[in-house]
Design a protein around this ligand. Sequence first.
Ligand code: H2B
Length: 100
Amino acid sequence: MAERLEAEARRQALGGLPGWTVVQGRDAIGKTFVFKDFNEAFGFMARVALVAEKMDHHPEWRNVYKTVEVVLATHDAGGVTALDIELAKAMNAIAKLTPG
Ligand code: H2B
């Protein structure tokens, strides 16, 4: 099972992840993605869902119109692991591919 990242390792990993921050009150990271419209937001979610399923690592997220609020944590480990960093990187890459 993936190990929880220590605070310093997590801080360092977040340095390479534009827009991602530590979530207040729990061991998790988060980012709010804002797209052009609902179509772009949902397209992003659909692409991410395929990656998440392949990784067997799934986001906590909430969509309101063109905004997608994402929280990543590894539930089995009770905190942030390398899997969350990997999924966050994939999300940033997919968001860049999404026009708008
Ligand atoms: N997603 C996340 N974010 N954390 C997990 O610990 C996790 C998961 N565990 N997706 C996976 C599924 C596990 O429940 C299955 C059985 O592999």
